[in-house]
Structures are given as C-alpha cells and as structure tokens.
Design a protein around this ligand. Structure first.
Ligand code: LLP
Length: 429
C-alpha cells in the first residue's frame, strides 16, 4: 500500500506531480511519501497494540539502516517510533531526528569501544550483545563510565530466512548472534557483572521474509531460552523480535499480513510476561519511496545470427543510485510517469555505469518509451538511498519528502565543487 497514484494519467507522490518534482529537483531523485510512512507505522502499531496482553507496551524501533534520512526519521519519531541502530552515526541520526535515547536500540556485530561508550552516554534503551568478546569489552567500557546499561543477548537460532541468500542472518554459518547454549552462558556472565543489566534476548533471522513459519520457529526458541534463564534464577523482561517481514514488491501476493504477523508473535509470547520490541525497516519504508529517473536514450541492437536483438532503455539512474538489483537480483517495478499509448515492448533497463552489473531488469514489458520520458522505480524507500554511492563520480542522489501538496528537498544533490572539497589535495601535489 502506498500513496503514489495516477491523477489524470500522470503519477503523483500524494498531491505532488512527479513531473513538477523532476523539473524542480532534477533526476535521478528519491521521493518519499509521509502518508505512506505514517500509514505503515500506524498499521503495525495497531496490530501490535491489539495484543498488549502478550506483547506488553511494545516498542517499534525503525531499522535506521533501511532509510536514514533525517526527515524520514523525524516523521517516524513524531509518531512515537523508536530506532534500531548499528553505528554511532545511526545513533546520532536518531537523536538528531528527535528519537529519545530510551527508544533507541543499539545492535550490530562489530561495535567499537568508542561506539559502545557513545551509546552508554546517550542513554540508549538497550545494547544488543552479539558475542562473548563484545560482552567482555562492554563490561570494561561500562565500568569505565560508571554505568550499568541494559543489554539483550542476540540469539542465533540456526534458522535463516529471507528473500535472498545475501540477506539471511539467522543461519548457523551467519556471523550474527550466538547459539542458544552460549546465550545462556553470556546471560549468566552479564548478570554476574555489576556493570551490566541484562534485560532480555534479541533475534533477527533475515530480511524480506515471506513466510511466518521460520520466524515463529525462531521466536519459539527464544521463548525456550527465556524459560531456561528464569529456571536458572535470572530475570528476563524483554524480547526483541527483530525485523524482517517481507513487503509486496509489485503484485507479490505471498507476503503475510501485518495483523497475522502480530498475532503469531502474540501466540508465541503468550503468558511469558515480557515486553516485545520490533525492528522493522523495509516494512515501514520500502513502499514509501520511489526513485525518479529520466530516459537518456534507447539503444536498439539489431538481432544477428543466433542472437536476439535487444532494446536497452538507458536511464540516468544507475546501480550506484539503486544497488538492490545488482546486489540481490532484486525486482523493482518500473512505472512510466505518463505512459504513452501503444503496444508494450520488451526493454532491458540499464543505467549509465561502466559495469555489466548495472542492469536493473531484462525483458521488462513496458508501454513505449522515448528519450526524455520520466520513469519511477517503485518500492525504493528502503535500502535505496542509503546504499547509494558516488561511483563513476556521480553526485549522490537528492531526496525529497512529500506531505500532501507540500514537498521539501531533504537531502540536496551535492555540486561537483562540494564533492571535490571533501578531497583536499596532498600538500606535495
Ligand atoms: N534488525 C536487524 C538487527 C537487522 O540486521 C535488520 C536488517 C533489520 C532489523 C531490519 O530488517 P527489515 O525489517 O528491513 O527486513 N540491504 C538488504 C537488506 C539488508 C537487511 C539487513 N538487516 C536489501 O536491500 O534487501
């Protein structure tokens, strides 16, 4: 569900025509919808609150890695959303956007001492510890700050899931979290330290998950660990269930509903008396954004002996702007902003980058397109702009936030001078 609809044939972001945005800001550009972010947060909030008896006063902490734009974060912060962060930079962004420290979770497999110290001083809600080595360092850092921060141990349930092998995190060979036995041991070690306050467990098994079964199995494992810890005399009051719920990328119908997801979580946590936390990234942001791009030209290659001809739609957006197809063979629907009449044709969607992986899709059937036409990659609000780079010395894509009929550039496109200023010339050159 999103708020990018056609009005008189032309695609709009809420009340704003994409054609006028392209005119004002140029292309490529990311465009986000406030109404969609708000709706997605509201749907999850409502679904989770319907199970307050089992999930407690649950925190929804947006996974900042999915979209770290300050205005996007501020939009969610105003709704009461927290933040799941994985670096000092992300904690700083969440704080700057107005997320209070006690709604910030600090996750991540390799947090430095400096980052741990920063998180403790910022008063984050909890630090999710992912290894024994990290636990030891955290005890030392916390003791040096004279604090006893709340921590959760991230369990690796040996259940991986997700839309692609490269976005699975809960499998036995994945680097994230610790196996159950070790989690029990680390919890005991943390309890024995006066410098830590162990409050619970965390788990996140993958991303773009389209079946509730692996999640349910993982959460059942967490439940067992809670019971074991309690039998060992420990107190456990929180369970962080991670993110990972898949979203419909155009026409995909196999994604579980938010209500079913919340009901499943409640079923597993029933009677445990813990407070749940959720770390959705994609669920809140993916369909709240698109990447607006212009057709540079169409390169028509005639068929030759044994080879079909190809129709390359060369766009001004490249893999440096939207990495997901190159990284994970991800599908993004391409919507012509003002479709032309005529028979649909098969296009290979490519960017201008000098790499063979700079292909967004092959043989995509689209209405006829011409140089200068505007198109939009849909569902690009999560893991889009955050993964962008300046490869091939292309300026970072600007970001625009729309709210009804108003819009604002919430990250500007750097000028070439600004790009070069970041690279002071070595004084011997
Ligand atoms: N919590 C933790 C600890 C995570 O590692 C992640 C994502 C999330 C929450 C949010 O997951 P989500 O709800 O968005 O699925 N770049 C990839 C996705 C990588 C996800 C990494 N971790 C992509 O574009 O598909």
């Amino acid at each position: 569900m999103h708020h990018f609809d056609r009005i008189d044939g032309a695609l709009h972001a809420e009340g704003v025509p994409l054609e006028s945005l392209a005119e004002a800001v140029g292309t490529p550009a990311y465009v986000y919808s406030t109404a969609t972010l708000t709706r997605h947060y509201g749907l999850l909030r409502e679904a989770v609150d319907a199970h307050r008896d089992a999930l407690g006063d649950a925190l929804i902490a947006f996974a900042v890695k999915a979209n770290s734009n300050l205005s996007v974060l501020a939009t969610l912060a105003r709704l009461g959303c927290g933040a799941d962060t994985v670096s000092e930079g992300e904690i700083r962004r969440a704080l700057a956007a107005g997320v209070p420290g006690d709604r910030i979770i600090f996750s991540g497999v390799g947090k430095t001492d400096a980052e741990l110290a920063f998180a403790i001083d910022a008063g984050v809600r909890q630090i999710n510890v992912e290894s024994g080595a990290e636990l030891d360092r955290l005890i030392a850092v916390a003791s040096s700050r004279g604090k006893a921060p709340a921590i959760a141990i991230r369990v690796n349930p040996k259940i991986g899931a997700g839309g692609h092998a490269k976005i699975t995190t809960g499998g036995a060979t994945d680097k994230f979290g610790v196996p159950v036995e070790e989690a029990i041991d680390l919890y005991a070690r943390a309890s024995a330290s006066p410098h830590l306050t162990p409050v619970g467990l965390a788990c996140h098994i993958g991303s773009q998950i389209t079946s509730l079964e692996p999640m349910e199995a993982a959460f059942r494992t967490l439940r067992e660990v809670v019971l074991t810890l309690r039998a060992n005399g420990h107190s456990v009051s929180r369970l962080d269930l991670g993110g990972g719920l898949g979203v419909p990328y155009h026409g995909q119908t196999d994604t579980p509903s938010i209500a079913d997801y919340a009901a499943m979580c409640a079923r597993v946590l029933e009677g445990l008396g813990v407070e749940a936390a959720f770390e959705p990234g994609r669920l809140l942001a993916a369909n709240a954004g698109l990447l607006l791009s212009r057709v540079i030209q169409i390169n028509q290659r005639a068929s030759s002996a044994g080879e079909d001809g190809r129709r390359f739609l060369v766009l001004d957006a490249g893999m440096n702007d939207l990495m997901r197809p190159a990284l994970y063979d991800a599908f993004h629907d391409l919507a012509p902003v003002r479709p032309r009449e005529g028979e649909r044709l098969a296009y290979d969607l490519v960017g201008p980058i000098c790499e063979s992986t700079d292909v967004f899709a092959r043989d995509r059937m689209l209405p006829p397109l011409q140089a200068g036409d505007l198109v939009a990659f849909m569902s690009a609000g999560a893991y889009g702009a955050v993964l962008a780079s300046e490869y091939n010395s292309r300026p970072l894509v600007p970001e625009v936030l729309v709210d009804g009929a108003r819009w604002a550039v919430v990250r500007s496109r750097p000028s070439y001078d600004e790009m070069f200023e970041r690279e002071p010339r070595a004084d011997w050159l």
